[in-house]
Write a protein that binds this ligand. Structure first.
Ligand code: AMP
Ligand code: GLY
Length: 410
């Protein structure tokens, strides 16, 4: 098959890398670190299957436009992508489908929002309704910080229109899990779980980012946990969507928290996770192209299979990320990092420098995935590769997958 992957980050690089095992792949627009990148619109690629990576084009209806053109597309239409485009709507669907989730209120009025906050316990969670690249979430025990977040979101100062409605949630605790479910509109199959590290700082400190690293498998995520999720959350959600006339063909990314009261869905995303994809897909032993084409055709039949090993990815970011990333610094050591046995380097925020080498061009620049028989071995390889890399102000977390038994974000 010829497959077109839409997007330009590490997730799309990983999709292209794994699809490329048995298919021809074009990545639009891609980036200078992804082989097969072509700076053309996806409509100009004559592909048998188009896989849309990021949320923004999905929310914007790219899948609908391509389908209207007769193409086979993996990724929900704008109607289904609203699950990620509006957290308030996502919570409505979760409640309708009786999926366990944090108690919440939705507000566009400051007085009402602050009154709700005043009645809450001691862990406050404030989220923008709209898209904010993983950064529009504050989780804090400091009431003043929560009040400031409400004010800066609702006024539009922090995230423009994306913040003018806020969702305030009860704070939950427990290990987090990311489960990517491949859906064909009616049924779903779960991929092997991963755990993501969302905070910028070691020990899960500092602001939320798009994700600073991930590992797979996750010891606490037994097959019973995953099966229960598919039966108790993914299938009822697909049914609730169908009830609204929505045929959801794409990834339903379930962000879960394993709370003392049982697993709860924190969020849905409508696409593969980044950097979860960089640890989940390399472990796939069945054919990714066939899986995604079957889902896109509404005929999911075969279960995906995964190796018994492990993968750990460490994200290297620029100085200032996630607030004000500095860009344009030359990247050294890329070849040496890629040459380490069991390591694959996936590129995100990179551009071509004047001398033909790569320079930093975004917050998250590279994710380095190590594979091994165990998480410990995979982790050692990933960090050996990180040690070869350098640019001015490069930052990364040293504690990715350091304590994998349900640690990470708990
Ligand atoms: P979200 O974008 O909704 O997944 O939120 C980003 C991160 O904020 C999650 O991965 C959690 O670490 C944290 N978070 C979100 N909602 C809650 C909640 N209700 N309780 C505790 N932490 C949360
Ligand atoms: N790693 C979190 C996300 O992709 O949203």
């Amino acid at each position: 098959m010829k497959v077109c992957v839409v997007g330009s980050g590490g997730r799309e690089h990983a999709l292209a890398h794994v699809l490329g095992r048995s298919h021809d792949v074009v990545v639009t627009p891609g980036n200078p670190g992804i082989p097969g990148s072509a700076p053309v619109p996806p409509t100009e690629v004559d592909a048998d299957l188009t896989v849309i990576g990021p949320e923004a084009p999905l929310v914007d209806g790219l899948a609908d436009r391509l389908r209207a053109d007769g193409r086979l597309v993996f990724g929900p239409g704008a109607d289904g992508a609203r699950l990620e485009g509006s957290k308030a709507w996502m919570k409505e669907v979760l409640v309708e489908a009786s999926v366990p989730t944090a108690a919440h209120g939705t507000f566009d009025d400051e007085t009402d929002a602050l009154a709700f906050l005043a009645g809450m316990g001691d862990l406050f969670v404030v989220k923008t309704d709209g898209l904010a690249a993983g950064k529009g979430v504050v989780v804090t025990t400091d009431r003043d910080e929560a009040v400031d977040a409400v004010r800066s979101y609702l006024s539009g100062a922090a995230f423009g229109d994306a913040g003018r409605t806020v969702v305030i949630e009860e704070g939950l605790t427990g290990p987090e899990l990311s489960v990517l479910a491949v859906c064909d509109g009616t049924t779903a199959v779960a991929l092997t779980p991963a755990q993501d590290f969302k905070r910028i700082g070691e020990g899960d400190t500092g602001p939320n980012t798009g994700g600073m690293g991930a590992y797979s498998p996750v010891p606490v995520a037994t097959s019973a946990v995953v099966d229960d999720l598919v039966v108790g959350a993914v299938q009822p959600t697909l049914a609730a969507l169908r009830g609204r006339g929505i045929d959801y063909r794409g990834v339903l990314y379930c962000g879960l928290m394993l709370t003392p009261a049982g697993p709860k869905v924190l969020e849905y995303n409508v696409r593969f996770g980044d950097p979860e994809t960089q640890v989940v897909l390399p472990r796939l032993t069945s054919d990714l192209g066939h899986l995604l084409a079957a889902a896109a055709s509404g005929r999911l039949e075969e279960l995906p299979t995964f190796d018994d090993g492990a993968a750990v990815t460490v994200v290297c970011a620029t100085e200032g990320y996630p607030t004000g990333p500095r860009t344009g610094d030359p990247i050294d050591g890329l070849e040496a990092a890629s040459a380490i046995d069991g390591v694959t380097v996936f590129s995100s925020g990179v551009a071509e420098g004047v001398d033909g080498g790569l320079v930093t061009a975004g917050g998250r620049v590279l994710s380095l995935t190590g594979r091994g028989r165990t998480i410990t071995e995979a982790r050692e390889r990933a960090y050996d590769a990180v040690a070869k890399l350098a640019w001015s102000g490069m930052q990364f977390r040293r504690d990715i997958a350091a304590n994998p038994t349900g640690a990470g974000n708990d």
